[in-house]
Design a protein around this ligand. Structure first.
Ligand code: TRP
Ligand code: SF4
Length: 330
């Protein structure tokens, strides 16, 4: 094996199918797997921190997320793909770290009070021990693989900062040096609005799923909001206020200036403009769909992939736990 540049770990919570906005995240992981020893997990325990009262769909969501990982280009020969709850040592490390983690550190994580309030506004109380411990479990997820790099969205930056502080405290307290301080790896992730212009989210039903069929793509693009000033094709348009144009800019970069000019000059109609976008999106998602289907129809392959993933993850995690138990003399 060629020399790798370091160890990467990242993951997502299984809360439903991913949308095309997530594609760039997965593509980034897929690129990194060439140069880094990569671990990518399905954070099912993290999903429980807010969805503890309804676990009926968690298994379905786990499967969807694995398929999305594979569809996005993660290669099980290059990346360890596994389910968090299949590696019990994450729980052990969380417990051990928790002995010395000051509660105010957890309460001070900026997302903590915000999220509690957001859930409160929706009539849900997540003022629980588990939710308070979210960043602690996440830190354990990372450092148990002695990962140095964590490709995540910028919203996760505060959790990474917490993990680094925890590592420093642990090293100081037990006079050891087991863990690298994990660094976030941010990539340029285009801000992709939903088809109605709001933030893309499954719960708004304004998303285009990563596994959308050609028909679904056509329907969603058809529903996209355009420049309201345009009624006839010859009306001069304002692409800068049009969602279709935002998408052309991201997925059809080369042709976008020409299309925008035609829109401004009243030389292209919205129907044609949308057709061109739908074709491009369909092209973008075709290989993703193909990879998804290859696994979706093969339960044994999926099971085997996850079994192997769990085996490799457990081996690495157990190695770390030996060091941790040694340092803590437990
Ligand atoms: N908190 C992350 C999110 O919501 C998911 C996650 C759990 C994670 N454990 C992790 C991400 C470890 C990176 C590393 O997206
Ligand atoms: Fe939007 Fe295209 Fe219609 Fe212009 S032509 S308003 S960019 S859909």
């Amino acid at each position: 094996m060629t020399q790798k540049k370091g160890v990467i770990l990242s993951g997502m919570r299984p809360t439903g199918r991913l949308h095309i906005g997530h594609l760039s995240v997965l593509e980034n992981w897929a690129r990194l797997q060439e140069d880094y020893e990569s671990f990518h997990m399905i954070a099912d325990w993290h999903a429980l921190t807010s969805d503890f009262d309804d676990t009926s769909r968690i298994d379905e969501y786990r499967r969807e997320l694995i398929l999305d990982y594979l569809a996005g280009g993660l290669d099980p020969d290059k990346t360890v793909i596994f389910i968090q709850s299949h590696v019990k040592a994450h729980a052990e490390l969380t417990l051990l770290l928790g002995m010395s983690t000051p509660i105010p550190w957890l309460e001070r994580v900026p997302t903590y009070k915000d999220q509690i309030q957001q859930f409160n506004a929706m009539g849900k109380d997540i003022n629980t021990y588990g939710f308070l411990g979210y960043p602690l479990l996440m830190a354990a997820d990372i450092i148990i693989y002695r990962a140095g790099f964590v490709p995540v969205g910028e919203d996760q930056g505060v959790h990474l900062e917490f993990a680094r502080e925890l590592v420093r405290r642990f090293h100081y307290m037990y006079n050891t040096n087991i863990f690298p301080e994990p660094m976030p790896v941010y990539s340029k992730i285009p801000m992709l609005p939903g088809i109605d212009g709001r933030k893309m989210s499954k719960s708004y039903r304004n998303d285009i799923s990563l596994s959308a069929s050609t028909k679904e793509i056509n329907e969603k693009v058809h529903e996209m909001v355009t420049d309201p000033a345009r009624i006839r094709k010859t009306d001069p348009g304002h692409p800068e206020v049009c969602i279709v144009n935002t998408y052309h800019k991201i997925y059809n970069e080369d042709a976008e200036p020409e299309i925008s000019e035609a829109c401004r000059g009243g030389r292209i109609g919205c129907v044609e403009c949308k057709k061109r976008l739908a074709a491009i999106l369909d092209n973008t998602l075709a290989p993703v769909r193909e990879r998804r289907d290859r696994y979706a129809g093969n339960v044994e392959l999926m099971t085997e992939t996850l079994r192997l993933g769990a085996e490799k993850a457990n081996a690495r995690a157990e190695e770390t736990m030996e060091l941790v138990r040694g340092a803590m003399r437990i």
